[in-house]
Design a protein around this ligand. Structure first.
Ligand SMILES: N[C@@H](CCC(=O)N[C@@H](CS)C(=O)NCC(=O)O)C(=O)O
Length: 126
């Protein structure tokens, strides 16, 4: 990308959607174009980052990129689409991204849903 502005990428170290977007950027050869800000969930840096981003969204979730000065975007799929359009590097051409999304990420989402259901059932039976 020829822009002189260097976008900042905000990622939660344990977020599977943040990793998905980082895999896209790495496979597209774009990751070095970003300043990457990583925080641990529940850390003071996490809270500070959310506080910084709250004015820009109805609700904050990660990954987030400041794509232009003062312009912030979130959601891994939306960010991949944005940079695919901007760079011409299509997600469909990235086998590692598909491998991760259809494998490990799918498993993480399935486990999250199962865990939430079990917690709801446990609460209903308490
Ligand atoms: N559909 C969103 C989901 C993102 C998401 O749920 N991120 C979680 C972490 S895995 C999050 O940011 N939660 C709020 C927080 O960490 O403050 C995406 O693909 O980016």
């Amino acid at each position: 990308m020829a822009d002189s502005f260097k976008p900042t990428l905000y990622v939660n170290h344990r977020c599977p959607f943040c990793l998905k977007f980082m895999i896209y950027l790495a496979q597209a050869g774009l990751l070095e174009d970003f300043t990457v800000t990583v925080f641990e969930p529940g850390s003071p840096e996490h809270e500070a980052t959310k506080t910084h981003l709250i004015p820009h969204f109805d609700s904050v979730s990660f990954p987030v990129v400041e794509v232009e000065p003062g312009v912030f975007k979130k959601d891994s799929d939306a960010l991949i689409a944005y940079y695919a359009e901007k760079s011409g590097k299509k997600a469909a051409d990235m086998p590692l991204l598909d491998y991760y999304s259809s494998g490990v990420l799918k498993q993480v989402i399935d486990l999250f849903m199962e865990n939430r259901k079990l917690k709801e059932e446990a609460a209903a039976n308490a």
